[in-house]
Design a protein around this ligand. Structure first.
Ligand code: NAD
Length: 261
C-alpha cells in the first residue's frame, strides 16, 4: 500500500487527487495539507486524518507527497519531503529558475518528479511535437495556443511552455533562445524560426493546447483537450506510485512511460 500526502488539499486539483487516492486499491491517504486559514483546515478527510497547515507531520507518514499548490509554497514543501524522507510529485506550474534550482537540490536526496502536465496524452503530445519540429525546417512557424478556466493565474500555461521546450529541443535549441514575446500591433513581422504563444482564459475549461506548425500553403496541428481535471489527478497518482520505488533523482512523466526524450 502506497501512502500519499496531498499538498493543496482544498484546491481544485487537491480535491481531485484525494478522490483518486481513495478510489485506487493500492494507495491510501497519509494526510492533507492546506495553507493556514483555509476553510478546509481541521476537516476530516479519512479515518483519523484531519487537514493540517503543516506539511512536516504528513511527510513523515507518507511514502510520496503530491504538491499542486503555488510556487511560493515549494521551498517549504521540498524541505518537508526531505526531512520526512518522502518522494514528491510536483504538479504546481509557474515555477521560476530559483524553484527549478531548489528541485535539483532536493533531487540529490529524494526522488522528485516535476511535471507541468501529468496527463498521459500531453506526455505523448510533447514527443510528437519534438519529432515534428525536428523534421520540419524553420520555414515552418511554430505557434502554441492554450485555453484554460478563468481562475488560472499563470500564462502561458506550464504545459504550453513544456510543449515549447519540446519544440525547441526538436530544433536543437533552448526555448529561451526561440520564444517570441506576445504579438502586438507594434511587434512588426514575425521572427523566423521563433516559437510564439497565445493564452486564452475563460469559463471552466480544464485545459486545451494546440501546437500549430505553419508552413507555406499547409499547416500541421497537434493538440490535446483535457475534458476534466481527473486526468491530471490520475496521472499524478500514477506518477506517485512509480516514484515510490525510485532512487533519489529528478524524473519526468516521460520516464514513467519509458519515453527517451
Ligand atoms: P487551486 O487554487 O484550486 O489550488 C491550490 C491550493 O493550494 C489552494 O487551495 C491553496 O490554498 C493551496 N495552497 C497554497 N499555498 C499553500 C501552502 N503553502 N501549503 C498548502 N497549500 C497551499 O489551484 P489548482 O487548479 O488546484 O492548481 C494548483 C496548481 O497546479 C497550479 O499551479 C496549476 O497551474 C497546477 N496544475 C497542474 C496540472 C498538472 O497536470 N501538472 C494540472 C492542473 C493544474
Amino acid at each position: 500500500m502506497i501512502k500519499i500526502g496531498v499538498l493543496g488539499a482544498g484546491g481544485r486539483m487537491g480535491q481531485a487527487i484525494i478522490s483518486e487516492v481513495q478510489a485506487e486499491p493500492d494507495t491510501r491517504l497519509a494526510g492533507g495539507v492546506e495553507r493556514p486559514g483555509h476553510p478546509i483546515c481541521g476537516s476530516v478527510i479519512g479515518e483519523g486524518l484531519v487537514v493540517c497547515a503543516n506539511a512536516a507531520p504528513v511527510a513523515h507518514k507518507a511514502d510520496v507527497l503530491i504538491d499542486f499548490t503555488s510556487p511560493s509554497a515549494l521551498d517549504e514543501n521540498l524541505r518537508a519531503a526531505m526531512d520526512g524522507k518522502a518522494a514528491i510529485v510536483i504538479g504546481t506550474t509557474g515555477l521560476g529558475p530559483d524553484n527549478q534550482a531548489a528541485i535539483d537540490k532536493a533531487a540529490r536526496s529524494i526522488p522528485v518528479l516535476q511535471a507541468a502536465n501529468t496527463a498521459l496524452g500531453v506526455t505523448l503530445l510533447a514527443e510528437l511535437v519534438e519529432q515534428a519540429a525536428r523534421a520540419l525546417d524553420t520555414g515552418w512557424d511554430i505557434e502554441i495556443v492554450e485555453l484554460h478556466h478563468k481562475h488560472k493565474v499563470d500564462a502561458p500555461s506550464g504545459t504550453a511552455l513544456y510543449l515549447g521546450e519540446a519544440a525547441a529541443r526538436g530544433r536543437g535549441k533552448r526555448l529561451d533562445e526561440l520564444m517570441i514575446p506576445p504579438h502586438t500591433s507594434t511587434s512588426g513581422a514575425r521572427r523566423a524560426g521563433g516559437i510564439g504563444f497565445a493564452s486564452l482564459r475563460g469559463g471552466s475549461a480544464a485545459g486545451e493546447h494546440k501546437v500549430i506548425l505553419a508552413g507555406e500553403g499547409e499547416r500541421l496541428e497537434l493538440g490535446h483537450v483535457a475534458e476534466s481535471r481527473e486526468i491530471f489527478a490520475r496521472g499524478a497518482v500514477k506518477a506517485a506510485r512509480w516514484l515510490s520505488s525510485q532512487k533519489p533523482g529528478r524524473y519526468r512523466m516521460a520516464d514513467i512511460f519509458g519515453l527517451k526524450s
